[in-house]
Design a binder for this molecule. Structure first.
Ligand SMILES: Cc1cc2nc3c(=O)[nH]c(=O)nc-3n(C[C@H](O)[C@H](O)[C@H](O)COP(=O)(O)OP(=O)(O)OC[C@H]3O[C@@H](n4cnc5c(N)ncnc54)[C@H](O)[C@@H]3O)c2cc1C
Length: 410
């Protein structure tokens, strides 16, 4: 009888909760094992606490936004698409809204409400919550038969879904345990790398700008062959080691070969103005501040913290009277504001990345069911799999779609 079948889901994040609720809705006896005191700890910090749950594009658009192994997700995205996900949340009482770039958020702007909705799904489908840390997936003769917990308990089951997440932001519980479970069962783990990650720069002057956030700037990423790799517009942040913030994180996932390629980022601080318009604007400011020194004439143009840095980089003495600044010097200043260069030294460590790139090799997973091709009854869902998307809600859609599939077939 269907109701006698048992499944253990390891990990109460986005993928695990979706998988567990879905398996429960089929009448299976489901045990959801989570080592944290609460479910969805990472979900709570997503989208700066607002949780960008998916993107309102079409299925092809979802796949295009998964640069690593996107085509593996065809079945998952078609079986449980972003529209299905939005309908699911609405059915469970969570109102949604769509923002710039198709990003979908809860209307309340509270990630907490997303977690509560998923908890409701678990309750309605009689999922048994087990607070504990899984330490081993037990398999015999090519078939799973349960999960062992750190406290010595063993939960026997017909299927096991590994939904332990990646190895980024380990304080949320995703410490990479699932990779080890999978490896011990004969799976290949492709190298783990940070994706959507802050960048370290060669320029030391970034330290002086630490904490400064720039809105409405545009960035262009160039490789060492001077080829444009990426362009974006929005918000970025300076840190003590380099740069971060939404457009930088997105840019990082386009720097595919950071070990062997020297990338640089060119920041346009005034993207709404052409160089000519900017020059006129500077002239106006210089007329207004004609009696001041150069360093005291930039307040209308730049955030205060940035002025000493720009003055230094321009090579124009800060104490030069504004009315003595030449046309050529003005041109240098305008070019600097339209093209502030940062040479990228490297990325921050995996633990600081938004997502982990790499994971359980997709060739070893059935894309139509998320079942392992090596061990019967073993399934994978979410970030533990070697797939990762850009920012914009794509990573959570991956977690929900693969979780739904695993929960439907386990
Ligand atoms: C700061 C930040 C912001 C983000 N914002 C967004 C966003 O707005 N939109 C978006 O699409 N993506 C976002 N992401 C990415 C997204 O959060 C992840 O891709 C997604 O949460 C992966 O879901 P998952 O269920 O696979 O893993 P997780 O959400 O990491 O869940 C894994 C769970 O497994 C548990 N676990 C692990 N090992 C064990 C074990 N041995 N025993 C028991 N339990 C275990 C963990 O405690 C954890 O609860 C963000 C990520 C970060 C870090």
């Amino acid at each position: 009888m269907e109701s006698e079948r048992r499944v253990v889901v390891i990990g109460g994040g986005a993928a695990g909760m979706m998988a567990a609720g879905t398996a429960g809705s089929r009448g299976l006896k489901v045990f959801l094992v989570e080592k944290n005191n609460r479910l969805g700890k990472k979900l709570l910090i997503t989208g700066k606490g607002r949780c960008n749950i998916t993107n309102n594009t079409d299925v092809e658009g979802l796949i295009e936004n998964v640069p690593v192994n996107g085509s593996f997700l065809y079945s998952a995205f078609y079986t449980f698409s972003n529209t299905d996900l939005m309908n699911f949340f609405r059915e469970y009482g969570l109102e949604l809204k769509v923002e710039r770039g198709g990003r979908v958020f809860p209307l309340s702007d509270k990630a907490e409400d997303v977690v509560k909705t998923l908890e409701k799904y678990l309750r309605r489908n009689n999922v048994n919550l087990i607070k504990g840390e899984a330490v081993e997936v037990i398999a015999e003769q090519g078939r799973v038969n349960g999960v062992r917990l750190k406290d010595g308990r063993t939960i026997y089951s017909d299927s096991v879904i590994i939904a332990t997440g990646g190895a980024s932001y380990p304080a949320t519980g995703s410490t990479g345990d699932g990779y080890e479970f999978a490896r011990r069962l004969g799976h290949t783990i492709t190298p783990l790398k940070p994706s959507l990650v802050p960048l370290e720069t060669k320029e030391e002057w970034v330290k002086e700008l630490q904490g400064l956030s720039l809105k409405n700037v545009s960035i262009t990423v160039m490789d060492d062959k001077n080829k444009k790799v990426y362009q974006d517009f929005g918000e970025m942040l300076f840190t003590h080691y380099g740069v971060s913030g939404p457009i930088i994180l997105s840019a990082s996932s386009h720097m595919r070969d950071i070990k062997n390629t020297s990338y640089r980022i060119v920041i346009d601080l005034k993207p709404a103005l052409s160089e000519e318009q900017l020059d006129k604007r500077i002239q106006r400011d210089f007329e207004k501040y004609s009696r001041k020194h150069f360093i005291n004439a930039l307040d209308d143009l730049l955030p205060r913290k940035m002025i000493p840095v720009i003055v230094k980089l321009s090579g124009i003495p800060g104490d030069k009277p504004v009315n003595q600044i030449t046309r050529e010097e003005r041109r240098i200043l305008a070019a600097l504001l339209k093209g502030l260069k940062l040479n990228i030294r490297g990325v921050r460590p995996l633990k600081e990345a938004i997502v982990t790139s790499g994971g359980v090799k997709v060739d070893e997973i059935n894309p139509g069911t998320m079942e392992s091709k090596k061990i019967k009854g073993l399934y994978f869902a979410g970030e533990v799999i070697d797939v990762d998307g850009y920012t914009g809600g794509f990573n959570l859609q991956i977690a929900f779609s693969t979780g739904f599939l695993a929960g439907s077939f386990c």
